[in-house]
Design a binder for this molecule. Structure first.
Ligand code: PSU
Ligand code: MN
Length: 302
């Protein structure tokens, strides 16, 4: 695949220095403008301050880009025609000269092809509620089972069916490590009631498990779940009704497929008067911080 690397990503990869992959659907479809741009720049600056090169991955005018210039971030974050590109749409997006935010599945594919092994997102996609009828299960789960990386996420988005998502991760052979917790986080809040994860205490443990998985020849990613900081969480009992109302709104408006997740996130933003956006930013930045530490552990132990 033809990949356009930013100068800093290219030199860092060549020198074996740590690089952290970041997705761009969170920028194009997950957050409104201009918060999305502010978030992306803050995430990048945190990486650089800690000695890690940020690699935002996106499709810009048909080119698969790893590491964006500031003008490119502003372009994808502002342009309303920017698509949401999942792994199956990569060839389509490039051949049609689209600009697109890459989802977790597409970002993982491109990061892995680029030789990047750590990736931080907000929350992975998973099994949607009502999947028994709709069959709506995110490609992110399949990508997690097929592409060996470390993926850092605040659990799966609370709009999903979390018990089924966790079961699917097990079926697909994806190890889930709880960062300082044994409970699967619920994106906006720390707790989901789903306990029994393998708990790790520090970034070095995540790096070690990933290395051992690689040595064992496993194809799945090591999924590190990192709860939203307590001060930023929206407690489960507050967010529950809002999510249910948003899901009912989607059913009424016949929103489905790839439009569903962006629709629900926007509805929740409206119904929480912007509080969900602050939480989303905080959890994603928190995942960037942990991704930075894991990528440094991996590059220093290689
Ligand atoms: N995390 C966020 N906001 C987002 C996403 C993740 O905080 O918008 C995106 C990711 O790119 C993920 C996608 O891959 O939502 C899932 O979409 P779907 O449910 O259609 O597979
Ligand atoms: Mn879907």
């Amino acid at each position: 695949m033809k990949i356009r690397f930013s100068a800093e990503v290219e030199s860092s990869l060549a020198a074996g220095m740590p690089v952290l992959a970041l997705e761009s659907t969170i920028i194009t479809h997950g957050m409104p403008h201009p918060d999305n741009i502010e978030f992306a720049l803050e995430a990048e600056s945190n990486c650089r301050q800690q000695g890690v090169v940020p690699a935002i991955i996106a499709i810009v005018k048909g080119e698969c880009c790893v590491g964006l210039e500031k003008a490119q971030i502003e372009f994808i974050g502002k342009d309303v025609s920017t698509k949401k590109v999942s792994r199956r749409e990569l060839g389509v997006a490039i051949s049609k000269n689209w600009s697109g935010g890459t989802t977790v599945s597409a970002t993982m594919h491109i990061a892995h092809q680029s030789g990047i092994s750590v990736f931080s997102t907000g929350g992975i996609g998973g099994v949607h509620r009502g999947a028994k009828k709709t069959f709506d299960v995110s490609q992110d789960l399949i990508a997690l089972s097929q592409i060996p990386m470390v993926v850092v996420s605040a659990g799966a988005k609370a709009i999903l069916d979390l018990p089924k998502t966790l079961e699917a991760l097990e079926t697909l052979g994806v190890p889930v490590l709880g960062f300082k917790t044994n409970e699967f986080p619920a994106f906006y809040s720390q707790k989901s009631g789903l306990c029994g994860l393998l708990r790790i205490e520090n970034p070095g443990e995540a790096a070690r498990v990933y290395r051992k998985n690689m040595e064992a020849g496993l194809t799945a990613s090591t999924l590190v779940v990192n709860p939203v900081p307590e001060k930023n969480e929206i407690p489960d009992n507050e967010i529950k009704k809002i999510i249910n109302d948003a899901i009912n709104g989607a059913i009424e408006n016949k929103i489905k497929g790839k439009d569903l997740t962006p629709f629900l996130l926007k509805e929740i933003l409206k119904k929480t008067s912007g509080r969900s956006l602050e939480t989303n930013k905080a959890l994603a930045i928190n995942n960037v911080s942990l991704g930075i530490k894991i990528s440094k552990e991996l590059s220093s132990s290689s």
